[in-house]
Structure formats: structure tokens, C-alpha cells
Design a protein around this ligand. Sequence first.
Ligand SMILES: Nc1nc2c(c(=O)[nH]1)N[C@H]1C(S)=C(S)[C@@H](COP(=O)(O)OP(=O)(O)OC[C@H]3O[C@@H](n4cnc5c(=O)[nH]c(N)nc54)[C@H](O)[C@@H]3O)O[C@H]1N2
Ligand SMILES: Nc1nc2c(c(=O)[nH]1)N[C@H]1C(S)=C(S)[C@@H](COP(=O)(O)OP(=O)(O)OC[C@H]3O[C@@H](n4cnc5c(=O)[nH]c(N)nc54)[C@H](O)[C@@H]3O)O[C@H]1N2
Ligand SMILES: [Mo]
Length: 657
Amino acid sequence: MKREVITTCTRDCTNTCGLIATVEHGKVVSLRGNPKHPVNQGRVCHKCAGFVKRVYSPERVLTPLRRKGSAWARISWTDALDEIAGRMDKIKERFGSEAILYYQGFGERTALKLLNNRFFNLFGGVTTIHGTLCGGTGQASQDLDFGRRISHDPFDHLNSKSLILWGRNPVITNINLLPVIKQIRKQDSPVILIDPVASESRSICDYHIQPAPGKDAYLAMAAAKIILSRGAEDIDFLMRHSEGFDAFKKVLDSFTVEQLAVHCDVPVGQIELLAEVLMNKKPTAILLGWGLHRWEHAHYTIRSIDALSAITGNIGVAGGGVSQGFEEYGPYDLNLMGHELNPPRRKFLMPLIGEEILMAQDPPVEMIFVTAGNPVSMAPNSAKVAKAFAKTPFVVVAGHFLDDTADYADIFLPVTTFLEETDIAAGFGHNYVGPVNRAIEPLGESKSDFEMFHALAARFSFGAEFNHSPEEWLSMLTAPLLAKGVALGELSKGPVRVPDAPMVPYAGRIFPTPSGKFSFLAEFEPPTTSHDAEFPFYLMSVMARDWIGSELTLSEQSELLVVRMNSQEGLKLGLCDGDTVRIVSMAGEMKARLKLDDAQRRDIVVCPRGGWIKAGRGINVLTRDLVSKVGNGTPYFETKVNIKRVENVCGEINDSN
Ligand SMILES: Nc1nc2c(c(=O)[nH]1)N[C@H]1C(S)=C(S)[C@@H](COP(=O)(O)OP(=O)(O)OC[C@H]3O[C@@H](n4cnc5c(=O)[nH]c(N)nc54)[C@H](O)[C@@H]3O)O[C@H]1N2
Ligand SMILES: Nc1nc2c(c(=O)[nH]1)N[C@H]1C(S)=C(S)[C@@H](COP(=O)(O)OP(=O)(O)OC[C@H]3O[C@@H](n4cnc5c(=O)[nH]c(N)nc54)[C@H](O)[C@@H]3O)O[C@H]1N2
Ligand SMILES: [Mo]
């Protein structure tokens, strides 16, 4: 018996690929790209085959677990949910419902996941999180310029005569962009990569500019100055469609191009090249990545880039724009989250989650419920997050594997993967909504978040209000799409483009700002940075090629994490390629395997994010918990480190301390 099921990848990734699962005897035997999906057109990355292995991994947890001392014991769903409901009632009675923290991670952001919040709101409203570990800084910054961040449809980039990947690494993170980039390069449109890291995406670009990390604002301003000095600005846009240009110009006037070049550590010749492309190869699409957000003053970078695009007349035109991503929850009726059912409830900042939990009073945090996240590994300053979780009297984690966060759980609830679920998925890399159709029965005793909260709701007086089938909820959640003419039946059959998503945002050059105009960055006061001899390198913990987020198993992590650094810097420290090293920061330290790499800047070390602490690969043991100045984002890359030798493959063994 062989069946094919049309579904959509729901993992936390820019691609959100359409998939076809082949099922034989109730088991998924392969997962391949759906050739009829307009975005991935049958393509998938190698992580897709890996996902089937993940679903059937012997390490996956398939029954509820209760902590008994330091060990886990199997319990029934009935006992697990009875205990959780009982604790929730008691906590509410004694401390109020805000003593419960609901932490929703990024693991899966499908339509039905919005109802997790509804459950907690029907309960009375608990403490939730705001701010982000991911991309909120860029969004908030672009909201200031454009009124609302709206990206060009990825297919609009086919109209571009040049394209800039600014802090984005699509070779690893967004394979569906690659054919678009290939196509425009064939048409002689140059592609520029701007990234302090010599990333994999160099292979698809004509030029690579490698600015000092976190200093792109100076680069964008220097290019803007050159363009203005040549009289190549779009005067009509500046006069009629923007405001605040004079103030921005004042900021530009306070520097010379040479000073700006020194600040961003890019030769003037390369900045001229960037300016030439912007002047002579119009329109230019600028694609911002998420790496750019991970700085305290990321808004200066993003707003200066927006300004550069505005000055060159690239806003509101086909093939132009500064695009940064899409809203995966955008197509749905967000009111169903139920936030209006209660007065506003307490929110904790995600970037400071450890601190927030530890400092909470009135009420203190008595319980944490985590779904689709692994904050102990993925939020900054792991030691502090772990301390906060350890101190909390009752922790429930719903997930697939016993990761670092599960180590602090009292109850672990096994959830299904998307292959076992019915749902709808939109993405943050394109404008399509895709069906999630159940390919196989839930493995073991696993339940979807939806079924889990349903069963939990049945233990409270509001149970009946939650009690609808997934199909009923999906028709309510997708009401805004249905109102735009999409049929619900269509949504379960295949991908559907959000009907009113623009190909080219701000066409007509009208902006959803109060004035209706594009708004320039008007103030610029970055902190002065000085060289830190103790911790000389920025730690660039970027997306891994072989996994998403922290979606790994323990057995996949037996090797040391590989950290790359510039060869000359390595030699200066007496280090050889392949050495075992310690990466040391103000917050902590960990071991790694060193890879010397001539192409890297001298002031950075580069490693993949997502490893687990218990496997010795949790990079956030090193990162500081800070919050960005705009957008409540997480400036992971403000962390500076040093590299110390543990074991030298060139001969001697010693600890250099
Ligand atoms: N394989 C894989 N794919 C993924 C993920 C994954 O874990 N693995 N995760 C998904 C998620 S959650 C996200 S948010 C996206 C992220 O997608 P991307 O934004 O493409 O990936 P990042 O690695 O976060 O950052 C991209 C680049 O930004 C650069 N960068 C960092 N700081 C600066 C700076 O100051 N200036 C400049 N110019 N560049 C800078 C980094 O060096 C990095 O190469 O990828 C998604 N796709
Ligand atoms: N140092 C450093 N740290 C970073 C970053 C960085 O660049 N550098 N990037 C940040 C970014 S961009 C992001 S998005 C965050 C991600 O941070 P998190 O969201 O905390 O981490 P993930 O590893 O994506 O967690 C996903 C978990 O959800 C589980 N899961 C998947 N589907 C479901 C489901 O339907 N239900 C439930 N209950 N669980 C499910 C998965 O098995 C996995 O355990 O990490 C951030 N952390
Ligand atoms: Mo992310």
C-alpha cells in the first residue's frame, strides 16, 4: 500500500517548502519537494531526508514522562494532564494566573499553534513573552521607516538589475532564493554579498564586501554620501515621498567618506563599487538577513540601508526594495489567540528570559509551560536561563527530544511532528500558505499541541469553548483568507498565494506612516567601541548547514563543535588547524575544534548555533543577555570571546590558559 500525501515543511526555516510524503504500510518512506509548489518547485534541502530519520529516531520521546528525582518515569497522559491542571488551579488560586509563564518557541508556527495562547487566555491569561530571539529588530526598524515592514515577493527580484545580500546566507538558509539569483546573474545583474563572515553564499556572488561586524551603518552611509556627491539621488522621491532627509543628511555631513570607511573597515574602493552598482544597475533589490539583527544598535544598520535604497530611488519600484521577510502568522485571524479575553497580562522579554524569571515578584514564577522551544540552549546566557528554570517549582516541556530545556522539566509531554498533523503553514520567506496533511498516525502516544491543549482544556470549566475540530478551527483561523476569495477546500489541497500580498510593496510610493511618506533615520549616536585585549573576537554564531535551530539528537552531537578563525590570528596564538580549543567569554566557556580559515576577518570567530549544552556544544553558554535598542531583539553577536589552546595537534599538549 503506497500513498502520497501533499504537505508543507513547518520547521523554523525561511523556505517553508511544499512537500510530498510517500507512505508505505503506515510509514513515511520518503519526503520530497512538491513539483507543483511555485516556490520550491520540487526542490528540497538535505535536511528534509534527515527529518524522516528524526521522526523515527529511537531517541524521540513517545510517552509522557514524570521526573522522579534525577530519573524519568513513564506516566499516562491522564495522570500527566491531571497533575498539570491541578497545579495550574492551585497556582491561580494562591498567586493568580500570571504566576504561570507560557513560553512559545519558534519550532513550529502553524495556524493551530495560535490556539495555544487561546487556551491560556481562557484560563485567565498568564505571563507570556514579548520581544524576540529572531527577527524583531529589523521589523521594528523598518516599521519606523516604512510604517509597516512589507517585503517584495521573492519572484519580484527577477526584475532586479542588481541584488545585494546584506547579512544573509541563502546557500545555507534559503535554497529557494538560489534559482532567482542564478537567473538574474545570467542576465548580467551583479550580486553583492555584504557579510563580515566569509559565508557559503560567496559562491553565488560576484563581489564580497566584508565590513567590521555590526558596523554596516557606516558602510551604507558612505555609499549614500558618494551617491549624493555625484548628484545621483532620486530627487523626486526625496522631495515628494519622504520626510526627514535633511536630518539624515546632517548625520552624513558629520563624517567624511574616509572616516566612514575606517569605521566600517571597508576600503573606499569597495564602497565606490557598491555605490556604482546602486547608481548604474537599477533597480537594486536589497535582501536583509537575520544575522544583521543580532546587534544592540541593529536599527542604525537597517535604517541606514533603507535610507540608501530610498536615496537611490529603489523604494516602491519593481526589482527594488529592502526586503527582510514575511509574517508567518500574517494570514490568520489573530483575535482567536484570545488576548482580549482578559486585561493585559504580564509579559517577559524573550532576550532577557532568565533574568525576567529570576527577578519576577508579585507574583513569582511558579510554573513554566514550554512548547516548540529550547530556551536553555537557544536564549542567550544559558547559565542564567538554566538557573531560572531550575528555581521554578513546576516546569512542563512539550517537545520531541530530551534537550537542555527538558532537563529542567518536571513533566515532559511528547508531541507529534508535522507528518502526524493536520494544519496550515505560512512562512517567513515567501507569500504562500500550504496545507499540512496528516501522512501518518501519531507515533507512540504523541499528541499535537492542539490535541494536548484540547485534552487539558477539558479539565477546566472553559473546556467546551475550546472544543472544536481542527477543521473547524482552521476555517475560523483562515477567515481573513477566505474573505479574500480563497476556498477552504483549496487550502488543504495545495499551496495558495496570499491573494493581496503585493509583488512590489509601497507601489505609488505611498507609505503606511502617519505622514504617508518614507521616514529617514534622523539621529545617530552609536556607542564608541574599543579593542578588548582579553576578549578580542566577536562570536558569530550563525545558522548551521545540517540542522535547523537546535533540532538535533544527543547521538548526533558526539563530535566537538567546529569554530573557524582567521589563519593569521590562529598562528599568532600558536594554534593549528584541528586543535582542541576553549572558547572563553565573560559569561562562560566551552571546548571546540579549531578550523583555520584564510578567508575570515581577523576580529571574528564563526561557529554554528543550535548545539546542546549537555553535548558540550551549547554556544549560548558564552553569550551575554542584552536587549536591542529597538524592537526588543537579542544582540547575540555583541559577545566577545578569546580562544585558548587545550590540545595541540601540531605536537605538544598543553593548556595555554
Ligand atoms: N540550515 C539552516 N537554515 C535555517 C536555519 C537553521 O538553523 N539552519 N534557521 C532559520 C532561521 S530561525 C532563521 S532566523 C534564518 C536566518 O537566515 P540568515 O539571516 O540567512 O542566517 P544567519 O546565519 O542568521 O545570518 C546571515 C548572515 O548574517 C551575517 N551577519 C551577522 N552580523 C552581521 C553584520 O553585522 N553585518 C553583516 N553585513 N552581516 C552580518 C552572518 O555572518 C551570516 O552569514 O534561517 C533559517 N534557515
Ligand atoms: N547564539 C545564537 N543563538 C540563537 C540564534 C543565533 O543566531 N545565535 N538565533 C536565534 C533564532 S533566529 C531563533 S529563531 C531561536 C530559536 O529558538 P527556539 O525556538 O527556542 O529553538 P528551536 O531549536 O527552534 O526549538 C524548536 C523546538 O521545538 C520542537 N518542536 C517542533 N515542532 C513542535 C510542535 O509542533 N510542538 C512542540 N511542542 N514542539 C515542537 C522541536 O523539536 C525543537 O525542540 O534561536 C535563537 N538563538
Ligand atoms: Mo530565527
